[in-house]
Design a protein around this ligand. Structure first.
Ligand SMILES: NC(=O)c1ccc[n+]([C@@H]2O[C@H](COP(=O)([O-])OP(=O)(O)OC[C@H]3O[C@@H](n4cnc5c(N)ncnc54)[C@H](OP(=O)(O)O)[C@@H]3O)[C@@H](O)[C@H]2O)c1
Length: 413
C-alpha cells in the first residue's frame, strides 16, 4: 500500500512509517480489528498512508493523520519524523528502542510541547506489557529493582547451549529459525538489551538514562563447559539486564549472569522475554511472553493505538537525574584451567583472599592437562574481583586466562 487516502469524518487516521516485519503485521491486524476498536473508542481507525524507502511522502502522510505509527527502526530519519509529528500535536506510537534510548528526553519534551501522546509499549519485551505496568500499575510502588530477559535471540541461543550446542551452532540454529538476523551483532553484544534497559530504568525510576550510559557485555565469549559446570552448581545462564537503586544512585547494566533455579527468570526459555520488578510494597512481580515477532509486536502496537484514541490517563512523572554507579557488588563464577599439582587451590584461595574475595563453593574436575578449578564467590565489588583475577592469571600453574561470569545471588522461594 502506498497511496495516501483522503480523511473521513468519524475515522481516526493512521499514518504508518515502515511496512516490514512489524509494519505489515500491524496493517493486517488493524484491518481485522477496526470494527472492534470502533466499538471501544467510537471512531474507526483507518490506514491513510504508508511510508517505505521507495514509496510514500512523509509530509503528505503527516498532513492526513491523527496518529503516526513509526515502525521503520533506526535513528534517522525516524527521529526527525517523530519529532515533527509530536510538535504538530499528533500522537506517536513507536516500537523503536534505539531511538527512545538515545533521544527519549527530546521526544518526551516534544510530546509535552505539542500536547501529544508518545506511546512505546512494543519497544521493550515485545508483547509483554511492561511499559504500561511500570508507568501506570506500579507508578506508586517505589521500585527498587528491575531484572529482565529482554532479548529473545540471546535467550534462545543460551537455551540451545544449555542443551549442549556450541555458541556457533546455537547461533546458526537461531538464524535458521528466524530468531536471529543475518547480522546478529546488536543482539549478541548486549546492545539491544542495553537500549531496552535504558528505557525501563527511566520508567521505573523517573531518571533519564541514555544508551551510552549503560555498560553491556554479550554472550559471544561464553563457553559450553561454563554452562555444564554451572549446572553442577545448580546455576542456569541468562543474559540479564538490571536497573536498580544503589547508594543514592542507579546502576543500569547488561551482562550474562548465572541464576539459581528458584529465581523467577531462571525458567524463561527459548525466545521468550520476561521482566521481574521488585519493591518493598509489591515484593516481586514477573511478566513473561513472546519478546518479538511481527504479529506479536504488532499486537502491542495496536494496544498503544487504542490508548492514543482514548483520553490520556495521566501525566508522566517529573524527571530527576540520579548518579549512575559503575562499580557494583556481585557474586562471581570463576573458571580456571590449571596444572594438576599440589598447592594450586591454596595459592588461588590466598590470592583471592588478598583482594577480599571469599569462596562460596568449589568444583575440581579433571587431571593432568585438563584440570579445571571452578568456583562461585560471595558478593564482592567488580573492581576487587578484576584485581583478584589479574593476580590469579599471573600464576605459572594457570594455563589460560581465567573466565568470570556474574551470579545473581537471590533465591526466591
Ligand atoms: N521484528 C521484531 O520482531 C521487532 C520486535 C520489537 C520491536 N521491533 C522494532 O520495530 C521496528 C521495525 O522493525 P521491523 O523488524 O519491522 O523492521 P524491517 O522489517 O526492517 O522493516 C522496516 C521498514 O521500514 C522501512 N524503512 C526503513 N528505513 C526507511 C527510510 N529511511 N525511509 C522510509 N522507510 C524506511 C522499510 O522500507 P522498505 O520496505 O522499503 O525496505 C521497511 O518497510 C524497529 O524499531 C524494531 O526495533 C521489531
Amino acid at each position: 500500500m502506498s497511496a495516501e487516502q483522503p480523511a473521513q469524518a468519524g475515522t481516526f487516521n493512521v499514518g504508518l512509517l515502515g511496512y516490514g516485519t512489524v509494519g505489515a503485521a500491524f496493517a493486517e491486524l488493524l484491518q481485522d480489528r477496526a470494527q472492534e476498536i470502533k466499538g471501544l473508542t467510537g471512531r474507526e481507525p483507518r490506514l491513510t498512508g504508508v511510508l517505505r524507502r521507495d514509496s510514500g511522502s512523509y509530509a503528505d502522510i503527516l498532513e492526513g493523520s491523527d496518529v503516526i505509527v513509526e515502525l521503520m527502526g533506526g535513528v534517522e530519519p525516524a527521529r526527525e519524523y517523530v519529532l515533527a509529528a509530536l510538535l504538530s500535536g499528533r500522537h506517536v506510537v513507536t516500537a523503536n528502542k534505539l531511538l527512545l534510548s538515545q533521544h527519549g528526553e527530546e521526544l518526551i519534551a516534544a510530546a509535552a510541547k505539542g500536547g501529544a501522546q508518545l506511546l512505546f509499549e512494543a519497544s521493550v519485551a515485545g508483547v509483554v506489557p511492561v511499559v504500561r505496568v511500570l508507568e501506570q500499575s506500579l507508578a506508586g510502588s517505589h521500585i527498587e529493582r528491575v531484572h529482565g530477559i529482554v532479548n529473545g535471540t540471546t535467550n534462545f541461543i543460551l537455551s540451545e547451549m544449555e542443551r549442549g550446542l556450541s555458541y556457533a551452532e546455537a547461533l546458526a540454529e537461531a538464524q535458521s529459525k528466524g530468531f536471529a538476523e543475518a547480522d546478529p551483532s546488536d543482539d549478541v553484544s548486549g546492545r539491544d538489551a542495553a537500549a531496552k534497559m535504558a528505557i525501563l530504568a527511566r520508567l521505573a525510576f523517573g531518571a533519564p538514562v541514555h544508551l551510552d550510559e549503560v555498560p553491556f557485555e554479550g554472550i559471544e565469549q561464553l563457553q559450553g563447559d561454563d554452562l555444564a559446570y554451572a549446572r553442577e552448581l545448580g546455576l542456569g545462564l541468562k543474559l540479564i539486564g538490571t536497573a536498580e537503586r544503589r547508594d543514592g544512585g542507579l546502576s543500569v547494566r547488561v551482562h550474562p549472569a548465572f541464576l539459581y533455579s528458584g529465581h523467577p527468570l531462571a525458567s524463561i526459555g527459548g525466545s521468550f522475554n520476561a521482566v521481574t520488578v521488585e519493591s518493598e510494597a509489591i515484593t516481586e512481580v514477573t511478566m513473561s511472553g513472546p519478546g518479538a515477532g511481527g504479529p506479536q509486536t504488532a499486537s502491542a502496537v495496536l494496544g498503544d493505538l487504542v490508548s492514543a484514541m482514548l483520553p490520556p490517563t495521566g501525566r508522566r512523572a517529573p524527571v530527576k537525574r540520579l548518579p549512575l554507579l559503575t562499580d557494583i557488588e556481585s557474586a562471581f563464577y570463576l573458571h580456571m584451567d590449571v596444572a594438576d599439582r599440589p598447592g594450586v587451590l591454596a595459592g588461588v584461595t590466598q590470592a583471592l583472599g588478598e583482594h577480599g574475595v571469599s569462596i562460596k563453593s568449589v568444583l575440581q574436575r579433571g587431571m593432568g592437562e585438563s584440570a579445571r578449578l571452578v568456583m562461585v564467590t560471595h558478593p564482592v565489588l567488580e573492581s576487587s574481583m578484576s584485581a583478584a583475577v589479574a593476580r590469579v592469571a599471573e600464576f605459572d600453574f594457570v594455563r589460560a586466562p581465567p573466565r568470570t561470569i556474574r551470579v545473581i545471588e537471590e533465591e526466591f522461594v
